[in-house]
Design a protein around this ligand. Structure first.
Ligand SMILES: Cc1ncc(COP(=O)(O)O)c(C=O)c1O
Length: 392
């Protein structure tokens, strides 16, 4: 049996006719740039997330970058985030010349730890009642990431942001539809940055992204920034960039919006089945495999990834590859240890939880169409590996 990490073909088979029709409509219209499909998707997104506005952009990376640009974050500023995330979260901060300041993660959720954040502010930063500073820079924003489809601990993060006058940009790239205390992620902070990369829960047929935004002035600014900073064509208020969601992607995504909640529910069923199947092995009890934990405030987890912590991770991964089972390591090297950020001065040992996670995590196959038979095969193969090793 072969069980890929993700099987996009299974989904495509089911929606092929609708998708072809949608693409054909765009081709017939020849309206490729910011056509009615983009507007319709933005309207859907604002309603779905529960915010007044949503702005389609070229990628999740640009959703982060343009949000930071709308706040006019630059070289005089610092932005707090997690080191255990996809590169784009931090890359976008650094591209604007701002200083990323890392905070370690909560080992249970892999998300930014609010306690570590509070400690960092109290011990390393200065607050004059108005502006928070760190190494001479203004700390302007926090970018929490809702990793693997589970919301970060937003209540304490928002409280801290309010106390120290920081904006909050939620990196919701992996978490469309996820909820925190009953509210959709992307509606909690000032901005929500979403990705439509094909592997996301709502994935296009190429790159795409969206920003959800609560403030109408910021929404207007974002709309300008994606067309070189011009509110009116050829009259530029800001230096923006070319970052538009294209019509073909929007048309495909509109078809998929009809299925998103069903797919997210199916992902939750797949996760529940993994939990049950793993509990039936000796692996969990023996502490060889740790299952992903859902925090009580994370009222809806959308399971973009099902990520275990495992013993002998790299050997297990090779064994699963031999058995035809796809896996991935998200992420093998925390961002504070990346070569391109060496000049930030971080060292090994600075963020022990992120560094422990990078050694232990293994994401196993997760997509709505995954069958029980496939899941049994995956769990049995993992158990078999530890039996062959003499560990159980
Ligand atoms: C956490 C996170 N942030 C940002 C991004 C960037 O999104 P994109 O690939 O659409 O640029 C991704 C996805 O790739 C992501 O997983």
């Amino acid at each position: 049996m072969k069980v890929p990490l993700l099987d996009l073909k299974a989904q495509y088979q089911k929606i092929r006719d609708e998708v072809w029709q949608a693409i054909q409509e765009v081709l017939e219209s020849q309206r490729f740039i910011l056509g009615p499909w983009v507007h319709e998707l933005e309207t859907w997104m604002a309603g779905y997330i529960g915010v007044p506005d949503a702005v389609g952009v070229a990628s999740g990376t640009d959703a982060l970058l343009l949000s930071l640009m709308a706040l006019e974050i630059g070289p005089q500023d610092a932005v707090i985030t997690t080191p255990f995330t996809f590169f784009a979260t931090v890359g976008s901060i650094v591209r604007l010349g701002a200083l990323p300041v890392f905070v370690d993660i909560d080992p249970k959720t892999f998300n930014l730890s609010p306690q570590a954040l509070q400690t960092l502010i109290e011990t390393r930063m200065e607050f004059d009642g108005n502006v928070l500073t760190y190494r001479g820079r203004k700390v302007r924003a926090i970018v929490p990431v809702h990793l693997f489809g589970q919301s970060a601990a937003m209540a304490p993060i928002l409280e801290i942001a309010k106390t120290y006058h920081m904006a909050v940009i939620e990196d919701a790239a992996q978490a469309i539809g996820a909820e925190y205390q009953g509210k959709k992620v992307g509606s909690l902070g000032d901005f929500g940055a979403f990705s439509f990369f094909p592997s996301k829960n709502l994935g296009g047929y190429g790159d795409g992204g969206m920003i959800t935004v609560r403030n109408s002035e910021m929404a207007e600014r974002l709309r300008a920034l994606r067309v070189h900073g011009a509110k009116q064509k050829y009259f530029h208020d800001w230096v923006g960039t070319n970052s538009r969601l294209d019509s073909i992607q929007a048309a495909v995504l509109l078809v998929k919006t009809r299925y998103l909640d069903t797919w997210n529910r199916q992902r939750a069923e797949v996760a529940a089945r993994y939990h049950r199947l793993f509990q039936q092995t000796p692996l969990v009890e023996a502490g060889i495999v740790q299952l992903p934990e859902q925090s009580p405030d994370s009222t809806r987890h959308v399971w973009n990834q099902y990520t275990l912590r495992v013993r002998n991770r790299n050997e297990l991964r090779s064994y699963l590859t031999e058995q035809g089972i796809g896996t991935a390591i998200y992420y093998p090297l925390s961002l504070h240890l990346q070569k391109c950020f060496a000049d930030l001065g971080y060292q090994e040992g600075d963020f022990p939880e992120a560094e422990k996670a990078q050694q232990e995590v293994l994401s196993i196959p997760m997509y709505p169409e995954l069958t029980e038979e496939q899941q049994v095969y995956v769990v049995q193969a993992i158990e078999q590996f530890y039996r062959l090793q003499g560990i159980v």
